[in-house]
Design a protein around this ligand. Structure first.
Ligand code: SF4
Length: 243
């Protein structure tokens, strides 16, 4: 029997789920041959609470989402956080810097009283997460890699090195900009830097960043630690406000 897979959306833009649907034809067919998708609101009306693997998209930003995620965790044998919002909190955590009433009022104005909100958090702040598919949105190829690994009961092979130099890019710092690439988890193939942009750290901070090396880089280019930390606020605010 094929593993039953379910996709669930919490607070997010649903770009991660769209990205999963953007797998190229062959990859999508391979995926559908390997698993039974039993729950995926964006593409099917059928629903089943009988699943083995749950993909979680979005961060947890309402009280009701805590219980919902815990129920999914109880049911799923394997739980995968899909995308920056679910893996590290993502851009929703920007609101954690202001009182929740203010966040509600800013978004909903006079109707704020009809809504509830709590500080946004990643899935692993509520339940145990088994696997992570990082990025905003994640790379389809990485999603396939993680699915294959979990079907084989193996650890996904995600690169641990910074990929921008290997792709032949001139360092972003040499172009007069700041970049989070040196301290961000690899695995995206340096997609933003390859397109002439900077790395905003959507995959989160590496486990053991080489702080001294990063400081040397900043010193070399006349930058301060604060200038770089400011950039992490886009995606990794949860880590910052909880440390
Ligand atoms: Fe949208 Fe990015 Fe969050 Fe995915 S990680 S839901 S693409 S904001």
């Amino acid at each position: 029997m094929k593993p039953r897979v379910a996709f669930f959306d919490f607070t997010g833009c649903e770009g991660c789920q769209l990205d999963a649907l953007n797998l190229d034809g062959e990859q999508l067919l391979d995926l559908l041959a390997a698993v039974d998708i039993v729950n995926f609101r964006e593409v099917m009306t059928e629903r089943s609470d009988n699943y083995d693997i749950a993909f979680i998209e979005g961060s947890i930003s309402r009280e009701s989402e805590i219980g919902r995620l815990q129920k999914i965790r109880d049911q799923a044998k394997v739980l995968v956080a899909l995308g920056a919002c679910a893996c590290i909190g993502g851009i929703n955590c920007l609101k954690n810097h202001v009182p929740m009433e203010e966040a509600l009022r800013t978004v909903y104005g006079e109707d704020a009283r009809y809504y509830d909100t709590i500080p946004a958090r990643p899935a692993n702040a509520v339940v145990t997460v088994d696997y992570y598919v990082r990025g905003c949105p994640p790379q389809p190829a990485e999603l396939i890699k993680v699915v294959k690994a979990l079907l084989l009961n193996k650890k996904p092979d995600i690169p641990g090195y910074v990929e921008c130099k290997m792709a032949g890019n001139v360092c972003v710092f040499e172009r007069g900009m700041t970049c989070l690439g040196p301290v961000t988890r690899a695995g995206c193939g340096a997609i933003c830097v390859n397109s002439g942009r900077i790395c905003w750290g959507c995959r989160g901070l590496v486990d053991e960043p080489n702080i001294n090396s990063e400081k040397d880089i900043l010193k070399k280019y006349g930058l301060t630690v604060d200038q770089v930390v400011e950039k992490f606020k886009i995606y990794d605010t949860f880590a910052e406000v909880t440390k």
